[in-house]
Design a protein around this ligand. Structure first.
Ligand code: NAD
Ligand code: DAU
Length: 355
C-alpha cells in the first residue's frame, strides 16, 4: 500500500486525481489536505468520501504544525502538491495571497516532507517523492511558432505564473541543494468535470445557459493548449511512478485553440442540445486581461519518450463529454454559482468595457 498526501484535492484537478487514483489502484491510500478556499468543494469527492482508503484533513499548506502532524501520524510515500491559488484574473487584483499559498505554502510542504523523510545527511526514506504540479504559464508566451520545452527559460508574466515559477525554483533548489527526491510537471490548460466557473469553459457554459453576455477578452485570438483533465491525472501518476528524480516533465496534447473557437463551440453545443435561442449574438468582446499571454503550446516529447504517456481523449470528444457533464450535474453547477460566486462575477465583469 502506498500513501499519497495530496494537497488541494478538493479543487478541480486535485479532485479528479483523487478519484482517478482510487478507482485505478487497490493499493493506494490518499490523504487529501485542503484549506477549502472558494475553489475547494467537497461535493467533488462524493463518489469516494466513504472509501476506506481515502481521508480528508482541512488544513492550510502554509501551516507548519498542521502539515507536520499529518506526516507524523502517517507513513507518507508521495506528496502531490496541487494546492494553489490558480486564477490569473484574481492574481492581477490580489497578488499577495498567491505569494502566500503558492510560494510559502510550497516551501512549507517541502520542509515538512524533508524533515519527515530524512534518514541521514541528504538521505531519505526509500522510494519517496515530492511532485510539484506546475503549469506551462511559467514559460511565458509564445509567438506564432515553436513550443514550450522543459529547457525553455522561465519567463512568467502574471502574478499567478510568477508565483508558480518561484515555487518551481524552490522545488528545484531542494533537489539541487539537498538531493531531495522531486519532480515537477508543467501542464497546459485543463478542462473537464468539477472546474470552477471562474475559468473560461465553465464560465461560458454557465453564462450561455443563463442567457448572459459571453465575455471574450480582447480579440479572442489568444491560444491555449487544451488537455482533458484525466490525461493530466494519468501523466502525474506516471511521473510519480517512473519519472527520473530531479526532472521536469511538460504535459500537453497538441490541442491549440483560439479562445473564440472555444466560445463558439460551447454556444453550438447548447444550441443543438438545450436551447435553440442561444447564439453568437451573445458574444461580447471586452477589455483585455492585463499582460495577457498570447499563445501557449506544449512540446510533450519527453514524457512520451521516457514514460510512454499519450493523451487518450481528443478535444472533440473531451469537450462534449465535459459540457454534457455540466448539464447532467445541474445541482453541482447551481451550488457553485450561487452566493459568493455572483459577487465575484459582478465585481470582475462590471469594470469591463465592451470593445
Ligand atoms: P483550483 O483552484 O480548482 O483548486 C485549488 C485547490 O487548492 C482548492 O481545493 C483550494 O481549496 C486549495 N487551496 C488553495 N489554497 C490552499 C492552501 N493555502 N492550503 C490548502 N489548500 C489550498 O485549481 P486547479 O485548476 O485544480 O489547479 C490545481 C493545480 O494545478 C494548481 O497548482 C495549478 O497551478 C495547476 N495547474 C492548473 C491547470 C489548469 O488548467 N487548471 C493547468 C496546469 C497546472
Ligand atoms: O495554462 C495553464 C493554466 O490555465 C493554469 O496554470 C491556470 O491555473 C488556469 O487557470 C489556466 O489559466 P488561463 O488564464 O489560461 O485560464 P482561463 O480559463 O482563466 O482563461 C483561458 C483563456 O480565456 C485566457 O486567454 C483568458 C480568456 N478568457 C477567460 C475568461 C475567464 C476570456 O476571454 N474570458 C473570460 O471570461
Amino acid at each position: 500500500m502506498k500513501t499519497y498526501l495530496v494537497t488541494g484535492g478538493a479543487g478541480f484537478i486535485g479532485s479528479n486525481f483523487v478519484i482517478y487514483m482510487l478507482n485505478k489502484y487497490d493499493d493506494v491510500k490518499i490523504i487529501n489536505v485542503d484549506k477549502l478556499t472558494y475553489a475547494g468543494n467537497l461535493e467533488n469527492l462524493k463518489s469516494v468520501e466513504n472509501n476506506p482508503r481515502y481521508s480528508f484533513v482541512q488544513a492550510d499548506i502554509c501551516d507548519r504544525e498542521a502539515i507536520s502532524k499529518i506526516f507524523a501520524e502517517n507513513d507518507i510515500d508521495y506528496v502531490v502538491n496541487f494546492a494553489a491559488e490558480s486564477h490569473v484574473d484574481r492574481s492581477i487584483t490580489n497578488p499577495e495571497i498567491f505569494v502566500k499559498t503558492n510560494v510559502e505554502g510550497t516551501v512549507n510542504m517541502l520542509q515538512c516532507a524533508k524533515v519527515a523523510w530524512t534518514i541521514g545527511d541528504d538521505q531519505y526514506k526509500e522510494g519517496v517523492k515530492y511532485l510539484q504540479v506546475s503549469t506551462d504559464e511559467v514559460y511565458g508566451s509564445l509567438g506564432e511558432t515553436g513550443y514550450f520545452m522543459e529547457t525553455t527559460p522561465l519567463d512568467p508574466h502574471s502574478p499567478y505564473s510568477s508565483s508558480k515559477a518561484a515555487a518551481d525554483f524552490f522545488v528545484k533548489a531542494f533537489g539541487d541543494t539537498y538531493k531531495f527526491p522531486i519532480n515537477i510537471t508543467r501542464c497546459s490548460n485543463n478542462y473537464g468535470p468539477f472546474q470552477f466557473p471562474e475559468k473560461l469553459i465553465p464560465l461560458i457554459m454557465n453564462n450561455t445557459l443563463q442567457h448572459k453576455d459571453l465575455p471574450v477578452y480582447g480579440d479572442g485570438m489568444q491560444i491555449r493548449d487544451w488537455l482533458y483533465v484525466e490525461d493530466h491525472c494519468k501523466a502525474i501518476d506516471m511521473v510519480i511512478r517512473g519519472g527520473r528524480l530531479g526532472e521536469v516533465y511538460n504535459v500537453g496534447g497538441h490541442n491549440e485553440k483560439p479562445n473564440i473557437f472555444i466560445v463558439k463551440s460551447i454556444i453550438e453545443y447548447i444550441k443543438e442540445n438545450v436551447d435553440e435561442t442561444v447564439g453568437e449574438h451573445m458574444i461580447k468582446h471586452v477589455t483585455d486581461r492585463k499582460g495577457h499571454d498570447r499563445r501557449y503550446g506544449i512540446d510533450p516529447q519527453k514524457i512520451k519518450d521516457e514514460l510512454g504517456w499519450y493523451p487518450e481523449t481528443c478535444f472533440e470528444v473531451g469537450i462534449k463529454k465535459t459540457l454534457k457533464w455540466y448539464l447532467d450535474n445541474k445541482e453541482w453547477f447551481e451550488n457553485v454559482t450561487s452566493g459568493a460566486y455572483q459577487k465575484y462575477y459582478d465585481n470582475m465583469y462590471s469594470g469591463k468595457q465592451e470593445l
